[in-house]
Design a protein. Structure first.
Lengths: 296, 258
Protein backbone atom coordinates (compact mmCIF):
# COMPACT_ATOMS: atom_id res chain seq x y z
CA UNK A 1 0.00 0.00 0.00
CA UNK A 2 1.25 3.50 -0.78
CA UNK A 3 2.30 5.44 2.29
CA UNK A 4 0.31 8.57 3.11
CA UNK A 5 3.52 10.51 3.53
CA UNK A 6 7.10 9.46 3.07
CA UNK A 7 10.59 10.86 3.46
CA UNK A 8 13.53 8.87 2.11
CA UNK A 9 17.02 9.93 3.24
CA UNK A 10 15.86 13.52 3.20
CA UNK A 11 18.37 16.22 4.01
CA UNK A 12 17.80 19.94 4.05
CA UNK A 13 20.35 22.71 4.21
CA UNK A 14 19.54 26.38 4.69
CA UNK A 15 22.80 27.95 3.63
CA UNK A 16 25.29 26.46 6.06
CA UNK A 17 22.68 25.25 8.50
CA UNK A 18 21.87 21.57 8.23
CA UNK A 19 18.26 21.37 9.36
CA UNK A 20 17.75 17.73 8.40
CA UNK A 21 20.63 15.29 8.26
CA UNK A 22 19.05 12.29 6.56
CA UNK A 23 15.55 11.48 7.70
CA UNK A 24 13.54 8.49 6.51
CA UNK A 25 9.98 8.24 7.62
CA UNK A 26 6.97 6.26 6.41
CA UNK A 27 3.55 7.35 7.56
CA UNK A 28 0.91 4.79 6.66
CA UNK A 29 -2.73 5.62 5.97
CA UNK A 30 -4.67 5.71 9.23
CA UNK A 31 -1.71 6.37 11.51
CA UNK A 32 -1.66 9.16 14.08
CA UNK A 33 1.94 10.27 14.42
CA UNK A 34 3.45 12.89 16.70
CA UNK A 35 6.78 14.41 15.81
CA UNK A 36 8.40 15.45 19.02
CA UNK A 37 11.41 17.65 19.49
CA UNK A 38 12.67 21.00 20.72
CA UNK A 39 12.70 24.18 18.62
CA UNK A 40 15.00 23.89 15.66
CA UNK A 41 15.07 20.09 15.78
CA UNK A 42 13.75 19.76 12.21
CA UNK A 43 10.05 19.06 12.79
CA UNK A 44 8.70 21.98 10.78
CA UNK A 45 11.28 21.38 8.05
CA UNK A 46 10.13 17.75 7.76
CA UNK A 47 6.52 18.87 7.39
CA UNK A 48 7.49 21.57 4.88
CA UNK A 49 9.14 18.89 2.73
CA UNK A 50 6.08 16.64 2.92
CA UNK A 51 3.86 19.56 1.90
CA UNK A 52 6.07 20.62 -0.97
CA UNK A 53 6.64 24.02 0.63
CA UNK A 54 10.33 23.27 0.51
CA UNK A 55 12.43 20.89 -1.54
CA UNK A 56 14.82 18.41 0.06
CA UNK A 57 18.48 19.17 -0.62
CA UNK A 58 18.97 15.45 -1.20
CA UNK A 59 16.58 12.50 -0.86
CA UNK A 60 12.89 12.51 -1.64
CA UNK A 61 9.57 13.53 -0.14
CA UNK A 62 6.30 11.94 -1.27
CA UNK A 63 2.67 12.56 -0.49
CA UNK A 64 0.41 9.61 -1.36
CA UNK A 65 3.23 8.35 -3.57
CA UNK A 66 3.23 11.59 -5.60
CA UNK A 67 5.34 14.71 -5.65
CA UNK A 68 3.94 16.81 -2.76
CA UNK A 69 3.26 19.75 -5.08
CA UNK A 70 0.92 17.59 -7.20
CA UNK A 71 -2.69 18.88 -6.91
CA UNK A 72 -4.00 15.33 -6.67
CA UNK A 73 -1.83 14.70 -3.63
CA UNK A 74 -2.58 18.08 -2.07
CA UNK A 75 -6.30 17.62 -2.53
CA UNK A 76 -6.04 14.73 -0.06
CA UNK A 77 -4.20 16.70 2.63
CA UNK A 78 -5.12 19.52 4.99
CA UNK A 79 -2.66 21.63 6.89
CA UNK A 80 -2.35 23.86 9.92
CA UNK A 81 0.94 25.76 9.85
CA UNK A 82 2.81 27.85 12.35
CA UNK A 83 3.23 31.45 11.33
CA UNK A 84 0.85 31.62 8.45
CA UNK A 85 -1.71 34.34 7.92
CA UNK A 86 -5.23 34.64 6.56
CA UNK A 87 -7.20 37.62 5.17
CA UNK A 88 -8.21 39.60 8.25
CA UNK A 89 -11.34 41.21 6.84
CA UNK A 90 -13.06 37.97 5.81
CA UNK A 91 -15.54 36.36 8.17
CA UNK A 92 -14.71 32.99 9.70
CA UNK A 93 -17.42 31.19 7.72
CA UNK A 94 -16.40 32.94 4.48
CA UNK A 95 -12.80 31.80 4.81
CA UNK A 96 -13.87 28.26 5.67
CA UNK A 97 -16.11 28.22 2.59
CA UNK A 98 -13.23 29.49 0.46
CA UNK A 99 -10.91 26.72 1.67
CA UNK A 100 -13.69 24.16 1.27
CA UNK A 101 -13.86 25.09 -2.41
CA UNK A 102 -10.21 23.97 -2.82
CA UNK A 103 -11.18 20.36 -2.07
CA UNK A 104 -13.18 17.84 -4.13
CA UNK A 105 -15.55 16.64 -1.39
CA UNK A 106 -15.47 19.02 1.57
CA UNK A 107 -17.27 18.72 4.89
CA UNK A 108 -20.41 20.83 5.38
CA UNK A 109 -19.45 24.26 6.79
CA UNK A 110 -21.64 23.80 9.86
CA UNK A 111 -19.85 20.58 10.75
CA UNK A 112 -16.42 22.22 10.37
CA UNK A 113 -17.44 25.13 12.59
CA UNK A 114 -18.76 22.71 15.19
CA UNK A 115 -15.66 20.47 15.18
CA UNK A 116 -13.42 23.50 15.56
CA UNK A 117 -15.61 24.97 18.30
CA UNK A 118 -16.15 28.25 16.46
CA UNK A 119 -19.96 28.39 16.58
CA UNK A 120 -19.97 31.79 18.33
CA UNK A 121 -17.49 33.33 15.92
CA UNK A 122 -18.64 32.01 12.54
CA UNK A 123 -19.99 35.41 11.47
CA UNK A 124 -17.13 37.48 12.94
CA UNK A 125 -14.34 39.00 10.91
CA UNK A 126 -11.03 37.25 11.49
CA UNK A 127 -9.33 40.41 12.76
CA UNK A 128 -11.48 40.21 15.92
CA UNK A 129 -10.39 36.70 16.92
CA UNK A 130 -8.25 35.91 19.96
CA UNK A 131 -5.10 33.79 19.70
CA UNK A 132 -6.92 30.65 20.73
CA UNK A 133 -9.77 31.29 18.31
CA UNK A 134 -7.24 31.81 15.52
CA UNK A 135 -5.67 28.43 16.26
CA UNK A 136 -9.17 26.94 16.02
CA UNK A 137 -9.72 28.69 12.71
CA UNK A 138 -6.46 27.29 11.35
CA UNK A 139 -7.59 23.88 12.54
CA UNK A 140 -10.92 24.40 10.77
CA UNK A 141 -9.07 25.24 7.54
CA UNK A 142 -7.00 22.07 7.88
CA UNK A 143 -10.03 19.81 8.25
CA UNK A 144 -12.66 21.59 6.13
CA UNK A 145 -11.78 19.70 2.95
CA UNK A 146 -12.40 16.42 4.78
CA UNK A 147 -8.90 15.31 3.73
CA UNK A 148 -7.47 11.87 4.44
CA UNK A 149 -4.24 13.30 5.86
CA UNK A 150 -3.86 16.26 8.18
CA UNK A 151 -0.69 18.04 9.20
CA UNK A 152 -0.87 20.00 12.43
CA UNK A 153 2.31 21.96 13.06
CA UNK A 154 2.45 22.92 16.76
CA UNK A 155 -1.34 23.06 17.04
CA UNK A 156 -1.40 24.16 20.67
CA UNK A 157 1.51 26.57 20.72
CA UNK A 158 0.73 29.81 22.52
CA UNK A 159 -2.48 28.56 24.10
CA UNK A 160 -3.20 28.80 27.80
CA UNK A 161 -3.81 25.61 29.74
CA UNK A 162 -7.56 25.74 29.44
CA UNK A 163 -7.63 26.48 25.72
CA UNK A 164 -5.06 23.80 25.13
CA UNK A 165 -7.22 21.24 26.92
CA UNK A 166 -10.33 22.20 24.95
CA UNK A 167 -8.40 22.24 21.70
CA UNK A 168 -6.91 18.81 22.29
CA UNK A 169 -10.46 17.55 22.75
CA UNK A 170 -11.34 19.00 19.32
CA UNK A 171 -8.38 17.24 17.75
CA UNK A 172 -9.31 13.99 19.48
CA UNK A 173 -12.82 14.27 18.07
CA UNK A 174 -11.34 14.45 14.64
CA UNK A 175 -8.88 11.60 15.21
CA UNK A 176 -11.83 9.39 16.12
CA UNK A 177 -12.99 9.69 12.50
CA UNK A 178 -10.06 7.50 11.40
CA UNK A 179 -7.92 10.07 9.61
CA UNK A 180 -4.17 10.01 9.15
CA UNK A 181 -2.66 12.72 11.31
CA UNK A 182 0.84 14.09 11.58
CA UNK A 183 1.35 16.60 14.34
CA UNK A 184 4.42 18.27 15.77
CA UNK A 185 4.79 19.26 19.37
CA UNK A 186 7.23 20.18 22.12
CA UNK A 187 5.18 18.35 24.67
CA UNK A 188 5.60 14.66 25.41
CA UNK A 189 2.30 14.81 27.26
CA UNK A 190 0.49 16.03 24.17
CA UNK A 191 2.11 13.41 21.95
CA UNK A 192 1.13 10.78 24.50
CA UNK A 193 -2.45 11.95 24.61
CA UNK A 194 -3.02 12.19 20.87
CA UNK A 195 -0.68 9.86 19.02
CA UNK A 196 -0.16 6.15 18.70
CA UNK A 197 3.33 6.63 17.34
CA UNK A 198 5.95 9.13 18.43
CA UNK A 199 8.88 10.14 16.25
CA UNK A 200 11.49 12.00 18.27
CA UNK A 201 13.62 14.38 16.23
CA UNK A 202 16.72 16.11 17.47
CA UNK A 203 19.34 18.09 15.58
CA UNK A 204 17.93 16.98 12.23
CA UNK A 205 17.87 13.25 12.96
CA UNK A 206 15.24 10.80 14.11
CA UNK A 207 16.47 9.47 17.45
CA UNK A 208 13.45 7.41 18.39
CA UNK A 209 10.38 6.08 16.61
CA UNK A 210 8.08 4.11 18.88
CA UNK A 211 4.75 4.06 20.67
CA UNK A 212 4.23 6.65 23.43
CA UNK A 213 4.44 3.88 26.02
CA UNK A 214 7.82 2.72 24.76
CA UNK A 215 9.11 6.29 24.72
CA UNK A 216 7.82 6.88 28.22
CA UNK A 217 9.35 3.62 29.42
CA UNK A 218 12.71 5.00 28.38
CA UNK A 219 12.20 8.16 30.32
CA UNK A 220 10.55 6.73 33.38
CA UNK A 221 12.68 7.81 36.23
CA UNK A 222 14.08 10.93 37.73
CA UNK A 223 16.58 13.58 37.04
CA UNK A 224 19.03 14.29 39.83
CA UNK A 225 20.91 17.56 39.65
CA UNK A 226 23.46 18.79 42.19
CA UNK A 227 26.70 20.64 42.57
CA UNK A 228 29.76 19.47 44.43
CA UNK A 229 33.09 21.02 45.35
CA UNK A 230 34.90 19.00 42.71
CA UNK A 231 33.82 17.60 39.34
CA UNK A 232 33.03 13.93 39.61
CA UNK A 233 34.81 11.48 37.36
CA UNK A 234 33.48 8.33 35.77
CA UNK A 235 35.14 6.39 38.59
CA UNK A 236 32.85 8.17 41.09
CA UNK A 237 29.80 7.04 39.15
CA UNK A 238 30.91 3.51 38.48
CA UNK A 239 28.35 0.87 39.34
CA UNK A 240 25.54 3.38 39.95
CA UNK A 241 22.13 2.55 38.42
CA UNK A 242 22.07 5.58 36.11
CA UNK A 243 20.95 5.74 32.46
CA UNK A 244 22.66 8.98 31.48
CA UNK A 245 24.93 11.57 32.99
CA UNK A 246 26.24 14.98 32.20
CA UNK A 247 28.98 16.79 34.08
CA UNK A 248 29.70 20.46 33.50
CA UNK A 249 32.29 21.95 35.83
CA UNK A 250 30.89 21.17 39.23
CA UNK A 251 27.30 20.76 38.07
CA UNK A 252 26.02 17.26 37.63
CA UNK A 253 22.92 15.83 35.99
CA UNK A 254 22.10 12.16 36.35
CA UNK A 255 19.16 10.21 34.98
CA UNK A 256 17.99 7.19 36.91
CA UNK A 257 15.05 4.97 37.66
CA UNK A 258 16.25 4.60 41.27
CA UNK A 259 17.14 8.03 42.62
CA UNK A 260 17.23 6.86 46.24
CA UNK A 261 19.80 4.11 45.50
CA UNK A 262 21.97 6.53 43.52
CA UNK A 263 21.97 9.16 46.25
CA UNK A 264 22.55 6.60 49.02
CA UNK A 265 25.62 5.31 47.19
CA UNK A 266 26.93 8.82 46.43
CA UNK A 267 26.65 9.78 50.10
CA UNK A 268 28.30 6.52 51.09
CA UNK A 269 31.21 7.31 48.75
CA UNK A 270 31.60 10.62 50.55
CA UNK A 271 30.70 12.91 47.62
CA UNK A 272 29.73 16.29 49.06
CA UNK A 273 26.50 17.42 47.48
CA UNK A 274 24.92 20.93 47.36
CA UNK A 275 21.83 22.32 45.66
CA UNK A 276 20.34 18.88 45.29
CA UNK A 277 17.20 18.56 43.17
CA UNK A 278 15.31 15.48 42.12
CA UNK A 279 12.68 16.06 39.43
CA UNK A 280 10.36 14.01 37.25
CA UNK A 281 11.11 13.23 33.65
CA UNK A 282 9.78 15.66 31.08
CA UNK A 283 10.70 16.05 27.45
CA UNK A 284 14.05 17.49 28.39
CA UNK A 285 14.74 14.37 30.39
CA UNK A 286 13.44 12.23 27.55
CA UNK A 287 16.11 13.75 25.37
CA UNK A 288 18.71 13.16 27.97
CA UNK A 289 17.70 9.53 28.15
CA UNK A 290 17.35 9.05 24.44
CA UNK A 291 20.53 10.79 23.46
CA UNK A 292 22.58 10.19 26.57
CA UNK A 293 23.19 13.91 26.86
CA UNK A 294 21.28 17.00 27.90
CA UNK A 295 19.59 19.04 25.20
CA UNK A 296 21.14 22.35 26.11
CA UNK B 1 -9.37 13.92 -7.74
CA UNK B 2 -9.24 17.68 -7.50
CA UNK B 3 -11.92 20.27 -6.84
CA UNK B 4 -13.99 21.92 -9.54
CA UNK B 5 -11.88 24.80 -10.93
CA UNK B 6 -14.66 27.17 -12.06
CA UNK B 7 -16.24 27.00 -8.61
CA UNK B 8 -12.84 27.52 -6.96
CA UNK B 9 -12.31 30.57 -9.19
CA UNK B 10 -15.71 31.98 -8.28
CA UNK B 11 -15.08 31.53 -4.53
CA UNK B 12 -11.60 33.01 -4.82
CA UNK B 13 -12.97 35.96 -6.76
CA UNK B 14 -15.70 36.69 -4.20
CA UNK B 15 -13.11 36.51 -1.41
CA UNK B 16 -10.88 38.95 -3.30
CA UNK B 17 -13.82 41.26 -3.87
CA UNK B 18 -14.79 41.26 -0.17
CA UNK B 19 -11.18 41.83 0.86
CA UNK B 20 -11.09 44.88 -1.36
CA UNK B 21 -14.53 46.18 -0.54
CA UNK B 22 -14.12 45.89 3.24
CA UNK B 23 -10.92 47.92 3.38
CA UNK B 24 -12.21 51.49 3.25
CA UNK B 25 -8.87 52.89 2.08
CA UNK B 26 -8.95 50.67 -1.01
CA UNK B 27 -12.59 51.30 -1.82
CA UNK B 28 -12.15 55.05 -1.24
CA UNK B 29 -9.02 55.35 -3.36
CA UNK B 30 -10.61 53.42 -6.20
CA UNK B 31 -14.07 54.93 -6.27
CA UNK B 32 -14.02 58.35 -4.61
CA UNK B 33 -10.59 59.81 -5.28
CA UNK B 34 -11.06 59.99 -9.08
CA UNK B 35 -14.34 61.85 -8.49
CA UNK B 36 -12.69 64.33 -6.17
CA UNK B 37 -9.94 65.04 -8.68
CA UNK B 38 -12.55 65.31 -11.42
CA UNK B 39 -14.33 67.98 -9.39
CA UNK B 40 -11.09 69.97 -9.18
CA UNK B 41 -10.19 69.88 -12.85
CA UNK B 42 -13.40 69.01 -14.66
CA UNK B 43 -16.12 71.16 -13.16
CA UNK B 44 -14.70 74.56 -14.06
CA UNK B 45 -16.77 75.49 -17.09
CA UNK B 46 -17.10 71.87 -18.25
CA UNK B 47 -18.82 72.59 -21.57
CA UNK B 48 -16.14 75.03 -22.82
CA UNK B 49 -13.58 73.65 -25.29
CA UNK B 50 -10.68 71.92 -23.54
CA UNK B 51 -8.23 73.67 -25.87
CA UNK B 52 -8.68 76.81 -27.98
CA UNK B 53 -10.54 76.00 -31.19
CA UNK B 54 -11.33 72.42 -30.17
CA UNK B 55 -14.80 70.92 -30.41
CA UNK B 56 -14.16 68.71 -27.39
CA UNK B 57 -15.51 69.88 -24.04
CA UNK B 58 -13.33 70.26 -20.95
CA UNK B 59 -15.62 67.99 -18.92
CA UNK B 60 -15.29 65.11 -21.39
CA UNK B 61 -11.53 65.56 -21.72
CA UNK B 62 -10.94 65.55 -17.97
CA UNK B 63 -13.29 62.61 -17.58
CA UNK B 64 -11.28 60.59 -20.13
CA UNK B 65 -8.03 61.56 -18.38
CA UNK B 66 -9.44 60.53 -15.02
CA UNK B 67 -10.77 57.29 -16.48
CA UNK B 68 -7.24 56.29 -17.49
CA UNK B 69 -5.88 57.43 -14.13
CA UNK B 70 -8.56 55.45 -12.26
CA UNK B 71 -8.02 52.14 -14.01
CA UNK B 72 -4.25 52.35 -13.62
CA UNK B 73 -4.76 53.34 -9.99
CA UNK B 74 -6.99 50.36 -9.18
CA UNK B 75 -4.54 47.97 -10.79
CA UNK B 76 -1.37 49.34 -9.27
CA UNK B 77 -2.86 49.75 -5.80
CA UNK B 78 -4.83 46.54 -5.56
CA UNK B 79 -1.94 44.39 -6.74
CA UNK B 80 0.93 46.39 -5.31
CA UNK B 81 -0.44 46.87 -1.82
CA UNK B 82 -2.56 43.72 -1.81
CA UNK B 83 0.30 41.38 -2.64
CA UNK B 84 2.73 43.15 -0.29
CA UNK B 85 0.28 42.93 2.62
CA UNK B 86 -0.45 39.25 1.94
CA UNK B 87 3.25 38.53 1.93
CA UNK B 88 3.69 40.50 5.14
CA UNK B 89 0.97 38.48 6.88
CA UNK B 90 2.38 35.23 5.44
CA UNK B 91 -0.92 34.44 3.76
CA UNK B 92 1.11 33.09 0.86
CA UNK B 93 2.47 30.24 3.01
CA UNK B 94 -0.88 28.64 3.79
CA UNK B 95 -2.16 29.16 0.23
CA UNK B 96 0.96 27.58 -1.17
CA UNK B 97 0.41 24.47 0.93
CA UNK B 98 -3.25 24.26 -0.14
CA UNK B 99 -4.55 22.62 -3.33
CA UNK B 100 -5.37 26.07 -4.81
CA UNK B 101 -3.54 26.36 -8.16
CA UNK B 102 -1.54 29.61 -8.40
CA UNK B 103 -3.16 30.34 -11.78
CA UNK B 104 -6.60 30.49 -10.14
CA UNK B 105 -5.32 32.75 -7.39
CA UNK B 106 -3.83 35.06 -10.02
CA UNK B 107 -6.86 34.98 -12.28
CA UNK B 108 -9.22 35.75 -9.37
CA UNK B 109 -7.14 38.80 -8.48
CA UNK B 110 -7.14 40.00 -12.09
CA UNK B 111 -10.89 39.52 -12.49
CA UNK B 112 -11.49 41.34 -9.22
CA UNK B 113 -9.33 44.26 -10.33
CA UNK B 114 -11.18 44.42 -13.67
CA UNK B 115 -14.54 44.37 -11.88
CA UNK B 116 -13.41 47.13 -9.52
CA UNK B 117 -12.07 49.17 -12.42
CA UNK B 118 -15.40 48.75 -14.17
CA UNK B 119 -17.25 49.93 -11.06
CA UNK B 120 -14.93 52.90 -10.64
CA UNK B 121 -15.38 53.86 -14.30
CA UNK B 122 -19.15 53.57 -14.00
CA UNK B 123 -19.21 55.83 -10.95
CA UNK B 124 -16.97 58.36 -12.71
CA UNK B 125 -19.00 58.30 -15.96
CA UNK B 126 -22.34 58.70 -14.20
CA UNK B 127 -20.99 61.58 -12.15
CA UNK B 128 -19.45 63.27 -15.19
CA UNK B 129 -22.64 62.82 -17.15
CA UNK B 130 -24.83 64.51 -14.55
CA UNK B 131 -22.41 66.99 -12.99
CA UNK B 132 -20.54 68.07 -16.12
CA UNK B 133 -23.07 67.29 -18.85
CA UNK B 134 -20.73 64.86 -20.58
CA UNK B 135 -22.66 63.17 -23.37
CA UNK B 136 -21.10 60.47 -25.49
CA UNK B 137 -22.53 57.96 -27.94
CA UNK B 138 -23.19 54.53 -26.42
CA UNK B 139 -20.37 53.04 -28.52
CA UNK B 140 -17.95 55.66 -27.17
CA UNK B 141 -18.73 54.83 -23.54
CA UNK B 142 -18.20 51.14 -24.30
CA UNK B 143 -15.09 51.82 -26.32
CA UNK B 144 -13.60 53.79 -23.40
CA UNK B 145 -14.26 50.93 -21.01
CA UNK B 146 -13.02 48.27 -23.42
CA UNK B 147 -9.78 50.03 -24.34
CA UNK B 148 -8.91 50.87 -20.74
CA UNK B 149 -9.61 47.40 -19.40
CA UNK B 150 -7.60 45.83 -22.21
CA UNK B 151 -4.66 48.19 -21.77
CA UNK B 152 -4.74 47.80 -17.98
CA UNK B 153 -2.71 44.58 -18.19
CA UNK B 154 0.46 46.70 -18.13
CA UNK B 155 -0.56 48.22 -14.79
CA UNK B 156 -1.55 44.82 -13.37
CA UNK B 157 1.98 43.62 -14.08
CA UNK B 158 3.48 46.80 -12.60
CA UNK B 159 1.34 46.25 -9.50
CA UNK B 160 2.53 42.66 -9.17
CA UNK B 161 6.15 43.71 -9.51
CA UNK B 162 5.74 46.38 -6.82
CA UNK B 163 3.86 43.93 -4.57
CA UNK B 164 6.83 41.58 -4.59
CA UNK B 165 9.46 44.31 -4.38
CA UNK B 166 7.98 46.51 -1.64
CA UNK B 167 7.64 45.63 2.02
CA UNK B 168 4.13 45.43 3.50
CA UNK B 169 4.50 48.70 5.42
CA UNK B 170 6.24 50.69 2.74
CA UNK B 171 4.05 49.46 -0.14
CA UNK B 172 1.47 52.31 -0.03
CA UNK B 173 4.27 54.90 -0.07
CA UNK B 174 6.25 53.11 -2.78
CA UNK B 175 3.18 52.73 -4.99
CA UNK B 176 2.29 56.43 -4.62
CA UNK B 177 5.83 57.59 -5.20
CA UNK B 178 5.90 55.68 -8.47
CA UNK B 179 2.37 56.07 -9.76
CA UNK B 180 1.70 59.73 -8.96
CA UNK B 181 4.74 61.16 -10.82
CA UNK B 182 3.91 58.91 -13.78
CA UNK B 183 0.38 60.34 -13.80
CA UNK B 184 1.62 63.95 -13.64
CA UNK B 185 4.37 63.31 -16.16
CA UNK B 186 1.93 61.77 -18.63
CA UNK B 187 -0.19 64.93 -18.70
CA UNK B 188 -3.15 63.33 -16.93
CA UNK B 189 -3.73 66.22 -14.51
CA UNK B 190 -2.11 69.18 -16.24
CA UNK B 191 -1.04 69.61 -19.87
CA UNK B 192 2.58 68.66 -20.43
CA UNK B 193 3.53 72.16 -21.67
CA UNK B 194 3.53 73.22 -18.02
CA UNK B 195 6.19 70.62 -17.17
CA UNK B 196 10.01 70.99 -17.31
CA UNK B 197 11.64 70.20 -20.65
CA UNK B 198 13.18 66.85 -19.68
CA UNK B 199 9.85 65.57 -18.41
CA UNK B 200 8.12 66.79 -21.58
CA UNK B 201 10.69 64.84 -23.53
CA UNK B 202 10.05 61.73 -21.42
CA UNK B 203 6.29 62.19 -21.17
CA UNK B 204 5.10 60.39 -24.33
CA UNK B 205 6.94 57.25 -23.25
CA UNK B 206 5.61 57.02 -19.68
CA UNK B 207 3.12 54.13 -19.33
CA UNK B 208 0.11 56.35 -18.63
CA UNK B 209 0.71 58.35 -21.80
CA UNK B 210 -0.38 55.70 -24.33
CA UNK B 211 -3.12 54.68 -21.89
CA UNK B 212 -4.55 58.22 -21.70
CA UNK B 213 -4.14 58.69 -25.44
CA UNK B 214 -6.35 55.64 -26.01
CA UNK B 215 -9.04 57.31 -23.90
CA UNK B 216 -8.67 60.75 -25.50
CA UNK B 217 -8.81 59.21 -28.95
CA UNK B 218 -12.32 57.93 -28.24
CA UNK B 219 -13.45 61.56 -27.83
CA UNK B 220 -11.85 62.52 -31.16
CA UNK B 221 -8.80 64.26 -29.66
CA UNK B 222 -5.89 64.36 -32.09
CA UNK B 223 -3.23 62.22 -30.38
CA UNK B 224 0.51 61.81 -31.10
CA UNK B 225 0.23 58.10 -31.81
CA UNK B 226 -2.26 55.84 -33.53
CA UNK B 227 -4.44 53.49 -31.50
CA UNK B 228 -2.30 50.61 -32.72
CA UNK B 229 0.97 52.24 -31.64
CA UNK B 230 -0.51 53.06 -28.25
CA UNK B 231 -1.55 49.46 -27.71
CA UNK B 232 1.85 48.31 -28.96
CA UNK B 233 3.65 50.56 -26.46
CA UNK B 234 1.39 49.30 -23.65
CA UNK B 235 2.09 45.75 -24.81
CA UNK B 236 5.81 46.42 -24.52
CA UNK B 237 5.29 47.77 -21.01
CA UNK B 238 3.17 44.72 -20.18
CA UNK B 239 5.99 42.40 -21.18
CA UNK B 240 8.62 44.49 -19.40
CA UNK B 241 6.63 44.73 -16.17
CA UNK B 242 5.74 41.03 -16.41
CA UNK B 243 9.42 40.11 -16.56
CA UNK B 244 10.14 42.42 -13.64
CA UNK B 245 7.25 40.87 -11.66
CA UNK B 246 8.47 37.37 -12.48
CA UNK B 247 11.99 38.22 -11.31
CA UNK B 248 10.66 39.80 -8.11
CA UNK B 249 8.32 36.87 -7.48
CA UNK B 250 11.11 34.36 -7.92
CA UNK B 251 13.41 36.36 -5.70
CA UNK B 252 10.73 36.42 -2.99
CA UNK B 253 9.76 32.77 -3.23
CA UNK B 254 13.29 31.41 -3.59
CA UNK B 255 13.96 32.69 -0.09
CA UNK B 256 10.86 31.14 1.44
CA UNK B 257 10.05 28.07 -0.57
CA UNK B 258 13.18 26.21 -1.64
Amino acid sequence: MTAAAQLVDATKKYGNLEALKGVSLNIEIGEVVAMLGPNGAGKTTSISLLLGLRKPTTGTAKLFGLNPTDRHARSRAGVMLQESGVPEVLKVSELIDLFRSYYPSPMPTGRVVELAGLEDKAQSQIRGLSGGQRQRLYFALAICGDPELIFLDEPTVGLDVESRRAFIQSIKGFIASGKTIVLTTHYLEEADELAERVVVIDHGLIIADASPDEIKAKVVGRKITFSSTRALTSADLEGLPITASEIKDHHHTLMTAEPEAVLRELFRRGVDIHDLEVTGAGLEEAFLSLTGRADK
Amino acid sequence: MTANYPRMLWMQFTAEFLKFWRVPAFAFFSLALPLIIFIFFGLRDPTSPYAPGSSIATGAFVMASMAAYTVGNVMVFSFGIGVAVERGQKQDVLLRASPLPPAIYLLAKIINALVFSFLALTVLFVFAHFAASVNLAATSWLSLIGRLLLGSLAFIMLGFALGYLAGPNSAPAVVNVIYLPIAFGSGIFIPTQFLPDFIRWLSPYLPLSPFAQLAWDVLGVKTDRTVFSNFALLGAYTIGFFLLALWAYRRDTSLKFT
